[in-house]
Design a protein around this ligand. Structure first.
Ligand code: NAG
Ligand code: ZN
Length: 256
């Protein structure tokens, strides 16, 4: 388990985005414009980053991630939805992770993927290597009422980052990826029956990079305790291709 050495910084108390600004991944409202509207974006706490040996420090005090309620019955359903920025899958409040001293309740998961021009879409890199895609499983601190409240607190969120690499077919990811076609457009939803979500994670839950950072997209609040697993999970080239097609359609959309 590794933790990152980051300088301590003072963080501005609050930032508000103007109502007529709609962030996007490219174009006039693309990533380079985010800091002009969302003060937290582009800051030193800003994710993503490269896990490089010169900023890593081994930390024997970190516990392996403990999952609770991740094996979800097939009689429960997750909702996959397209919010115009990305597709996210709502999780159940009975799912949580333990990162002492807090318990964090599962909220949702989403994907970051590449496009035809830049097929590698992971938000974190290891030793300069970018991965095909990355999954973020978002949890909020159980001491807050909901994810929206937690997002404004410095200890509000804990996100698990799973790096995806091209390899063999992955049946659990297939259950999500094959339904992307049903949520291609903003506002569309699809249901996914429960399964054991631990199968989306790498086997080794004790090997990860840990740091305190921010959301990687606006409003970029510096409220995330990141845990990025060191070992990638493999999905097939066909499965990556579903993602790439969808990525080019969806991630360049501007909210209206
Ligand atoms: C998950 O739960 C199902 C029953 O709902 C059970 O059959 C299965 O063995 C469980 N899997 C694990 C890994 O605990
Ligand atoms: Zn994300």
């Amino acid at each position: 388990m590794f933790t990152l050495l980051l300088p301590l910084l003072s963080i501005p108390a609050a930032w508000a985005a103007s109502d007529d600004y709609h962030w996007a991944y490219s174009g006039e409202n693309g990533e380079t414009s985010w800091p002009t509207k969302y003060g937290f974006c582009g800051g030193v706490h800003q994710s993503p980053l490269d896990f490089h040996h010169s900023i890593l420090q081994y930390d024997s005090t970190l516990y392996p991630i403990r999952l609770q309620g991740y094996n979800v019955s097939t009689t429960d359903y997750f909702t996959l939805s397209n919010n115009g920025h990305t597709v996210s899958m709502s999780l159940l409040p009975t799912m949580s992770i333990e990162i002492p001293p807090f318990t964090y309740i599962a909220s949702s998961l989403h994907f970051h993927w590449g496009n035809l021009a830049h097929p590698k879409g992971s938000e974190h890199c290891i030793g300069g290597k970018r991965f095909a895609a990355e999954v973020h499983v978002v949890h909020y601190n159980s001491k807050y009422a909901d994810v929206a409240t937690a997002m404004n607190a410095a200890d509000g969120l804990a996100v698990l980052g799973i790096l995806l690499e091209v390899g063999s077919f992955h049946s659990s990811y297939d259950g999500i990826l094959t339904r992307l076609v049903n949520v291609k457009y903003k506002g569309q939803n699809a249901l996914i029956p429960g399964f054991n979500l631990q199968t989306l994670l790498p086997t080794r839950l004790d090997e990860f990079y840990r740091y305190e950072g921010s959301l990687t997209t606006p409003p970029c609040n510096p409220s995330v305790l990141w845990t990025v697993f060191r070992n990638p999970v493999f999905i097939s080239l066909e499965q990556v291709s579903i993602r790439i097609f969808f990525g080019t359609v969806c991630l360049t959309l501007v909210l209206s």
